[in-house]
Design a protein around this ligand. Structure first.
Ligand code: ZN
Length: 417
């Protein structure tokens, strides 16, 4: 028993649906068969799969090729630091169980805002002619794709939940009997930019070495989103971004821009500090915003009105730093890796301020104290490479002398004499 060969850009969920239709079996026996053992599972993600090697082999494909061509993996990892994305890839392609770890958060990135299956009428008719059947395109299910970038047509929103589940509705493929396309809640030009950028990330058509933060800051400054004293106008940018997309779409994507704007996610994304783990959806919203923002008189007035603040707002700095560090610790927890206080402070971008004003930033201080005692602290267990070499006995390792003695084995009898 094999799985059908995936069509171009077919989502993994769609492949599994077609397999069910071909063999006439329900979801549970099919998953048992894929796992090679009885499973209590009766649902499956539409976007990702933990058993990549197994599913890919059954489709007659290389696991890596399958991961990049038929799951949302390249999209959700596109804006992550390179080494972190490579780690995740190794985990997905490896045989360990550790891949269940971040599957949920990765899928969440891709399915938030797109709970129902979507398709393009034009693509569906093309597929019918070309392949004799229709299928669910991976690209059309992405939360930042509201129109088909190929046909520039709004997508049809079906009433079928994206995930694979038990029941007849789950088995459906795109068909003209569904309702009419839904106009996106945002400007069509912006929607098209978002769709094209999403497609670039999904298909890997972008420069992996790009420093996203730096590129946003350059673009923002080229667009005039700058204060007279040279800082990027983060708050006004956040306001303009929230107006461009509207609260409805931002809420759907769980990307609400909350007041005070100075602490909102678009403002933080435009800061010089690096929080490298911003969701791909936020990156895409920022990119399309910077492509489309027009600086009108009202925005210019707002930007000019802001004075450089002479007093440091420790409360909001503290909250911002604490959130950034907590997220980073969580990621290390998920990945089973360790980090240092120094690294945590470096991603907040306010490390020096913190060191000199500890009492004024109690949240961050408490979090770091808690972190020092946790398993995620590199200092706590096992130490770092330098200290392991310097003080081996502390980490339960053989001393340099013992190692030398081991190397000189068998012992020189003349020395004992
Ligand atoms: Zn289309």
């Amino acid at each position: 028993m094999l799985l059908p060969k995936p069509y171009p850009d077919e989502a993994v969920g769609s492949v599994l649906i077609r397999a069910q239709l071909i063999y006439g079996i329900s979801i549970k026996p099919m998953l048992s068969w894929i796992h090679g053992s009885p499973t209590p599972r009766s649902s499956h993600s539409f976007h990702l799969v933990t058993e990549v090697d197994r599913v890919a082999t059954l489709c007659g494909m290389e696991p890596r090729e399958f991961l990049y061509d038929h799951t949302v993996f390249p999209y959700v990892t596109a804006c992550l630091p390179k080494h972190y994305a490579a780690n995740l890839e190794a985990k997905f392609l490896g045989a360990t169980d550790a891949k269940n770890f971040s599957m949920a958060s990765l899928v969440g990135n891709a399915s938030q805002g797109a709970p129902m299956r979507r398709y393009c009428l034009h693509c569906a008719s093309d597929d019918l002619i070309r392949h004799g059947e229709t299928y669910w395109h991976r690209l059309h299910q992405l939360p930042t794709v509201l129109i088909c970038p190929l046909h520039k047509a709004p997508l049809v929103q079906t009433g079928v939940h994206a995930g694979l589940a038990h029941g007849k509705a789950s088995l459906s493929l795109p068909s003209p009997t569904y309702v009419r396309p839904v106009m996106p809640p945002i400007d069509m030009d912006v929607a098209l930019t978002l769709a094209r950028l999403s497609e670039d990330l999904l298909t890997g058509r972008f420069n992996r070495d790009v420093d996203w933060h730096e590129s946003y800051r350059q673009k923002a400054s080229a667009k005039g989103l700058l204060h007279h004293y040279g800082d990027i106008a983060g708050s006004v940018s956040a306001l303009a971004l929230s107006e461009l997309y509207g609260p409805r779409y931002l809420e759907l994507l769980a990307c609400e821009v909350k007041r005070p704007f100075s602490g909102s996610w678009p403002a933080l994304l435009l800061r010089s500090s690096r929080n490298q783990f911003v969701s791909v959806v936020r990156h895409l919203l920022m990119q399309a915003f910077l492509d489309h923002v027009r600086l009108d008189d009202r925005l210019r007035l707002l930007i000019d009105k802001v004075e450089k603040s002479s007093r440091t707002d420790f409360d909001s700095l503290d909250r911002m730093a604490e959130t950034a560090m907590r997220e980073e610790i969580g990621r290390h927890k998920d990945a089973g890796t360790r980090t240092t206080v120094r690294h945590l402070l470096s991603i907040t971008g306010v490390g020096a301020t913190f060191r000199h004003n500890r009492p004024k930033m109690p949240l961050s201080n408490a979090l770091l104290e808690e972190f020092r005692r946790s398993d995620q602290s590199a200092r706590q267990l096992g130490g770092n490479a330098h200290w392991r070499a310097r003080t081996p006995s502390r980490w339960g390792l053989p001393s340099a002398r013992a190692l030398r003695a081991q190397r000189n084995d068998p012992p020189d009898p003349s020395r004992d004499a």
